[in-house]
Design a protein around this ligand. Sequence first.
Ligand code: GTP
Ligand code: MG
Length: 302
Amino acid sequence: MLKTVAKIFSSFIETVKTAKPSPKEVENVLSDFYLQLIAADVAVETADAIVNSLRHSLLEMDVPRFGDREAVLKEVLKKSIESLIKVADVNHVLKRVDEARKQGRPAVILFVGPNGSGKTTTVVKLAHYLRKRGYSVILASADTFRAGAIEQLETLGQRAGFMVVSQSYGADPAAVAVDALNKASSMRVNVVLIDTAGRTEVDRGLLEEMRKLKRVVKPDFVIYTGDALAGNAAVQQAKMFDEVVGIDYVILSKVDADAKGGSAISISHSTGKPLLFLGVGQELDDLEDKPAEKLLEALGFA
Ligand SMILES: Nc1nc2c(ncn2[C@@H]2O[C@H](COP(=O)(O)OP(=O)(O)OP(=O)(O)O)[C@@H](O)[C@H]2O)c(=O)[nH]1
Ligand SMILES: [Mg+2]
């Protein structure tokens, strides 16, 4: 997990730990480091931010005579990465669900993202997460587009013990979502999670449909699910989804299978949208609600 970036970090520390480099050496080391980060799919603006925050420390760093330069440098790098990984407190989401409950309505969370990014799997994992915390949840299959999508959510959802509201392929996704909302209201269910079809910037019709869905269901939150394996593309797509539909949070999936780590350290910084969870496997419990801790640990800062 995130081995490439972790290695780039440790070899950077190795290079600069022994003696205080001259300004010229600092620039050489940093430009090398920068190129390695870009090659590992770190977004350009994020690599810039890391390098800029390190430049000052490398030039000005004042380690006591017998001080441990390596430990100080590692701490500086850790602080820099920590400040870039913006996370959301899941309690904020739970509080909103409580407020909705007090108003006598279900909270609604709309999942969006590109094809195959992990939306459907994550919907079921989040339902499980919420149920463990005492909330009742139903799922809406508003992906009426991709062959097999309805059966996939029905299978995964029902196996985990959730009610799945669906219609037929080609049905209006907004109609499915409204149907689910009505059922949730009459059954006094706390949360409705809406699964949608994967889409890209070339699917104009699908993007418009997503906007309509948002207009109709007025979700409490829109969550973008990105695939860590897509690297920088996951970051660019998140920006596109934010422009087109508006997103509140990011969940990055498949972090367990991501050998590089570029998207994981860039996505919240680059999009300005906080990371809510990391998907770290295909089981129901593989949803990590402390993304920053988990990423820093994988990057060797434990
Ligand atoms: N290793 C790993 N695999 C995951 C994770 N999340 C999802 N997957 C797998 O990724 C694949 C795609 O997941 P889906 O949930 O179907 O993705 P989707 O975004 O709903 O896909 P579309 O509906 O086709 O757009 C499936 O094989 C999942 O099991 C994760 O956190 N880790
Ligand atoms: Mg899906």
